[in-house]
Structures are given as C-alpha cells and as structure tokens.
Design a protein around this ligand. Sequence first.
Ligand SMILES: Cc1cc2nc3c(=O)[nH]c(=O)nc-3n(C[C@H](O)[C@H](O)[C@H](O)COP(=O)(O)OP(=O)(O)OC[C@H]3O[C@@H](n4cnc5c(N)ncnc54)[C@H](O)[C@@H]3O)c2cc1C
Length: 364
Amino acid sequence: MDLGGERSRRVVVIGGGVSGSLIAKSLQFHSDLTLIDQKEYFEIPWASLRAMVEPSFGERSVINHRDYLTNGRVVTSGAIDITETEVLTAEGRLIVYDYLVIATGHTESLPKTRTERLNQYQAESEMISSARSILIIGGGPTGVELAGEIAVDFPDKNLTLVHNGSRLLEFIGPKASNKTLNWLTSKKVEVKLEQSIGQDDISDGGKTYVTSGGETVTADCHFLCTGKPVGSMWLRGTLLKNNLDNQGRLMVDENLRVKGHQNIFAIGDITDIPEIKQGYLAQKHALVAAKNLKLLMEGEKESKLVTYQPRSVKAIVSLGRRDAVAQLPFTTVIGSVPGMIKSRDLFVGKTRKKLGLEPHTIYD
Ligand SMILES: Cc1cc2nc3c(=O)[nH]c(=O)nc-3n(C[C@H](O)[C@H](O)[C@H](O)COP(=O)(O)OP(=O)(O)OC[C@H]3O[C@@H](n4cnc5c(N)ncnc54)[C@H](O)[C@@H]3O)c2cc1C
C-alpha cells in the first residue's frame, strides 16, 4: 500500500445495500471510489413489504446507484475473490484497491435492474389482490410486516402465518412478541406457532400445505419470509477466510477494520459486532468507517481513528400503515404512537435524504 499521493486513495466498496450505499456516497468526493454490487440499484429493505401491496411505493425506495453516486464507478457484478490489493468479480474484472470496505450484509436473489424490481412488485401486488387466501411462512420481522400490510390493506383476505419458533419476532423481547400476536389476531390473521412448512410441502400448483404439526393450510398463494443467509459465503475461499466467526460474520476491531487487516473495513450485518442487526446501525457503521477512511487517506495517525460502540436493542416493526410495535431498551410499546414514527413513510424520505436525494420526488 502506497500511503502518499493519489494512488493511496482507491477505495472499493463491496455491497450496495444500506451500509455500502451510504459509505460510497460519503466517500465519493474524498477518494477514487468504486462500488461493486450485484444489482444496479440500492433498495430500502424496510419499504419492500409496503411495495408488495402498493407497487408505486417502490418508486422512491428502489434507487439506482447512479442517482446518489455521481462521482464514483459502479460495477454491477458479484465479488468472488479478494487478494491483498485486488477484488475479482464474477465477470472476471480485477479491481485494484488501497482500501476495501466489505458490506455484503445478507444474500438475496434480486433482479439486476430497477425496472425489473418494480415489475416484480407489480406482479406480487396483483397476486395478493387476486388471492382470497394467503399463507406467510416465517414470523420474523419480514413475515410480520408483510402480514400487517396485507391485513390492513386487504382485511377480507384469509391470512395465515406459520412460524417455527415459539414466539413471533424472536429478535426482540417476549412482551413485544405477545403484543404483536394479539394485534395480528385482532386483524383475523391466523398465527400458527412452533410449526414449519418445508420446501417439499410447497408446490405452486397445489393450494394445500401441510405443516410439520400435521395441520393443513389452504391458500391461493404463499410468501416465504424466512431469514436470509449472511452474505459471506463468497469470502470462505479468500484471504479473509480465517476472519469469519462460526456464524460466518467478519470479526472487526473497534475501528471497524477486519481484525489484523489495516486497510480492510467491514460494516453492517456482516460484522460480528455484538448488537442486533439493524439498518439504522449499519448506517452508523458506515459513517464511522467513512470517517476513519478519510483520516487514513489524509495520513492521520492510527491513534486518531474513531471507535464504534455497540448499541442496545431498539427496533420498530411496522404493523400496516398506522400501527407498529417498538422495542426500546426498557419497554415495549404498540399502536399508533410508534406507528407515527415509522409506519406512514417507513423512513423512506429520511433514508433518501441521507443519500443526498430529494425525500419525496418520484423519478424516472
Ligand atoms: C423486510 C425487512 C425489514 C427491515 N426493517 C428494518 C427497520 O425497520 N429498521 C432497521 O434499522 N432495519 C431493518 N431491517 C434490517 C436492515 O435492512 C439490515 O440490517 C440492513 O439492510 C443491513 O445492511 P447491510 O448494508 O449490512 O446489508 P444489506 O442491506 O443486506 O446489503 C447487502 C448488499 O450486498 C450485495 N452483495 C451481497 N453479496 C455480494 C457480493 N458477493 N458481491 C457484490 N455485492 C454483494 C447485495 O446485493 C446488497 O446490495 C429490515 C430488514 C428487512 C429484510
């Protein structure tokens, strides 16, 4: 690594999700920046369930990287390997770096272009509106938020949620789980806990699903809302293979650098930081790492680097357009008060503003 002059300012960010997009935007005028992402756009994940019932919502939440990244390169490809100085993409490109940021969060198979993604929302919304009965598999935040959206917008649908755990929303406290269960039940959602539906029990042609408990669910369509794997499979054959913990997370130091690597940072859900995996925390990681990268590129001493302190549990899960359940450090609240904070705009305007975009403009 050359620490003087222009050559030491090449920053490559891998992953254009919540943290990768923000750090890329923050560094674009301070470095020679390249963002590598499998798709051409950044999508605000917590708006995706609303877009399934109201596809036009995706117009603001699915954002081409080019719209906020006006002074950097965008490479649309998966990263498949890294060396001390280069990243190799699936399409065979080698991209040289002085500093690397890994932000590959969670793996999900999504369309490559924004238009394809918006079309996907359109198709999902048509499927929901034409179905009389709908099955949701998974009672984590995604399954619960989708159930909330459908129950509120389509109160006449026959909605069933099957979850293999003993309570909904296991990532937050039991009180929040119980309140959420009561809310869903009050909206006539049938919730089946401690039961699963495996891949073999799902057939798109058939409309009958048999749970692990032997119960039969009839539904015109289903949505699989089970957890997504950590996006680190691709690192297992690379120089960082020994930096992964047993959950596949990259072990980082207090400055958010991968332990033992002075010029490689990791941020967002892929890190082993002991806190819940949330987007607003991934954004905080991005800002800390951006600050440290700027300091390093300016030639500052290591001792000047800022540190990241893990945060206590705080989460808001929306329940349709008005309500939400909030887990705060010492209490849980459900209803329209947390709903006012999140459920109307789902932080879309706020997230767009962080990327330097107009909060409310629908573009194209
Ligand atoms: C439905 C839902 C609702 C949520 N609601 C909230 C909420 O209300 N509040 C909150 O704070 N958090 C919420 N979260 C959690 C939040 O979305 C995550 O914590 C956040 O997305 C993590 O950001 P990240 O940058 O680590 O990874 P991600 O946002 O997962 O982005 C990873 C990126 O890496 C890319 N990628 C992966 N592998 C490669 C590769 N090999 N090469 C190139 N690119 C690659 C992907 O294409 C993707 O763009 C929610 C999540 C979901 C799914």
